[in-house]
Design a protein around this ligand. Structure first.
Ligand code: PBG
Length: 326
């Protein structure tokens, strides 16, 4: 592209009125872009605030249905569920139990809202007593033994009524294991949203309180990616695509827009980004101090994530942003 130079060209001409600015705006944000994460806990009538994520709660199944009502009312197309099980153990039994916590929640929500897209986060850190995302032996997270549980969990989630399975454990081969298991169990039409490039990020801090899932020893850098790496993210996405991912995700979002952009351009797949708990909490905390304009900053962040290449965004701002945009 060649431009005439100043004074022939004056970019400010097109910024001179709201109607012109709106006419040439390249990206539009709507409630249809958002997926709302919900945390499900045991019990009845429970709605426990998550202190580091104002406006978010751990819901019992009955209360989660009410939260889903709100999402539907605001035009949010889908939810992603995280479970806090009754009991945690070494085998993550709660993740694939027939009456597991998210299995029960999806049934109740689908009952009332059959058209709401229900996404299952598939990971074990909320279900293991050690808080790691896989089977642990001698202080190591074992890859291949974890895949057997991954396969079982995917089938259990699809059977319970989830529309999309989203593996976030960062085990090698997890997408292939899920595809094979789903196909073998008659769920060949259930798509996989792969957390393809998921970084070992400090931005997950508040989530670990919300999901009661911090690792009891070490950290997740033996399976999640090093924030320093870009090329490795391209390899991770390529592998997931080859294994059968229908959609991919980059996580976190805002600090990784270079990765997001490249994934969208190189692979051309439906691509999502997860604006994670820490990204949300930072805006909330700064707003609580009166340091920034929350609404403007949240919408700007979401707009930039979409501009960089996200077809949809998993965000704790889903409800608020939908209201602001309405
Ligand atoms: C499960 C999982 C995590 C998040 C989504 N799925 C936590 C982690 O990897 O430690 C983080 C989401 C957020 O911070 O909002 N593994």
């Amino acid at each position: 592209m060649r431009l005439m130079s100043f004074p022939t060209t004056r970019p400010r001409r097109l910024r001179s009125s709201p109607v012109l600015r709106s006419l040439i705006r390249e990206t539009e944000l709507t409630a249809r872009d958002f997926i709302l994460p919900l945390f499900i806990r045991p019990g009845k009538g429970e709605k426990r605030p998550i202190s580091s994520m104002p406006g978010h709660f751990q819901y019992s199944v009955d209360m989660a249905v009410k939260a889903a009502d709100l999402a539907v009312r605001e035009g949010i197309p889908g939810l992603i569920l995280f479970g806090i099980p009754d009991k945690k153990d070494a085998k993550a039994s709660g993740a694939y139990a027939d009456n597991g916590i998210v299995q029960n929640a999806v049934k109740a929500i689908k009952d009332k809202h059959p058209n709401l897209l229900m996404i299952a986060d598939l990971c074990f850190c909320e279900y293991t007593d050690h808080g790691h995302c896989g089977v642990v032996k001698d202080g190591k997270v074992l890859n291949d033994p974890t895949l057997a549980l991954t396969a079982k969990t995917a089938v259990s989630q699809a059977k319970a009524g989830f529309d999309v399975i989203a593996p976030s454990g960062m085990m090698d081969g997890q997408v292939a294991a899920i595809r094979k298991a789903l196909d073998g169990a008659g769920h060949g039409d259930t798509p996989i949203l792969a957390y393809a490039a998921k970084y070992a990020s400090a931005f997950y801090g508040p989530f670990r309180e919300a999901a009661e899932s911090p690792p009891s020893f070490g950290d997740r850098s033996g399976y999640q990616m090093d924030p320093a790496n870009f090329n490795e993210a391209m390899r991770e996405v390529a592998l997931d695509v080859e294994e059968g991912a229908d959609m991919v995700m980059v996580k976190p979002a805002l600090p990784y827009l270079d990765v997001l952009k490249a994934v969208k351009v190189r692979f051309g797949l439906p691509t999502s980004a997860y604006q994670v708990s820490g990204e949300f909490a930072m805006i909330k905390a700064a707003a609580a101090n009166g340091w920034i304009d929350e609404r403007k900053m949240a919408l700007e962040s979401l707009m930039c994530i979409k501009r960089a290449g996200a077809d949809f965004i998993l965000t704790y701002y889903a409800l608020e942003a939908a209201r602001w945009l309405a």
